[in-house]
Write a protein that binds this ligand. Structure first.
Ligand code: URA
Length: 261
């Protein structure tokens, strides 16, 4: 499982004023440590009592002491603690897994996360169908997720699909003008590029909204069937080609900054 941590990304991913405000804010040591998954408050109390927690190279004596989590050097068992408020993960969602945080029966994307990431309670920002693979952002940052998913923002989402049947210039035109689905809804214009045309075609699609099963329904309305679908981009965020299905990693500071803009 790929999990490349992105140290210090918190300093660069916020507006200037809020960064300095955040850096100045002190928090209880036990709160900081429990937030990043070191343990419960009770467990942290024991760690402190055992002398296993150090702040700026001094043993911590009080779990309730205030620290500056972005500035102070905090260590547990001589290992540095990387504080972050939220987590931002790029996953190559595999087929067969639900874009959800829980399900009574089926596997969900958060089941694929390591405990150190699960502790932030991330959720998928948007959904891919169970049989769709590709780029899925998981985050604990509700504000960012809301912005990305806002129908008003028209964030472009790019997919590659295999289609049963020959995709033609007529289909490109239909995507450009909007396609009326089986329920009467007419989609916003999208872009369709033919990468390969034949009895089974390969296409790249960009849509600017996110209706339920949208791409499958758009092709169905054109009399064609999507046989495989993979998301490769969402706004500025591109799927890392090094991530195999089921793998994930934290966003880099650069990716996060672009996304927030
Ligand atoms: N359109 C679909 O039909 N399915 C997806 O998962 C995403 C877009």
């Amino acid at each position: 499982m790929k999990t490349r941590p992105c140290a210090m990304m918190f300093f660069v991913n916020q507006e200037k004023e809020s960064v300095s405000q955040m850096k100045k804010k002190s928090l209880r040591l036990d709160k900081v440590l429990s937030h990043v998954g070191i343990g419960t408050r009770k467990e942290i109390k024991k760690l402190v009592k055992a002398g296993r927690v150090r702040v700026n190279d001094e043993p911590a004596t009080d779990p309730g002491m205030h620290v500056f989590p972005f500035e102070d050097e905090i260590e547990v068992d001589h290992r540095p603690v990387l504080y972050r408020e939220h987590i931002y993960l790029m996953m190559n969602k595999p087929q067969g897994v639900l874009s959800a945080t829980e399900d009574a029966v089926q596997e969900v994307v958060t089941d694929l996360l390591e405990p150190e990431h699960r502790v932030f309670s991330p959720f998928p920002a948007g959904r891919l169908d169970k049989d769709t693979e590709g780029l899925l952002l998981l985050t604990s940052d509700g504000k960012l997720a809301h912005q990305l998913l806002s129908p008003k923002k028209h964030i472009p989402k790019v997919y590659v699909a295999d289609i049963e049947g020959e995709v033609t210039d007529n289909d490109i035109h239909a995507f450009q003008t909007g396609i009326t689905l089986e329920d009467g809804y007419t989609t916003m214009p999208g872009d369709l590029h033919i990468l390969h045309a034949g009895p089974r075609s390969t296409v790249e699609i960009t849509i600017y909204e996110g209706k339920f099963h949208q791409i499958k329904r758009m092709f169905r309305a054109l009399g064609k069937k999507v046989v495989s679908l993979k998301r490769i981009r969402m706004g500025s965020l591109e799927l890392d080609p090094d991530l195999a299905p089921g793998e994930y990693r934290e966003l880099t500071a650069e990716e996060l900054n672009k996304l927030i803009k």
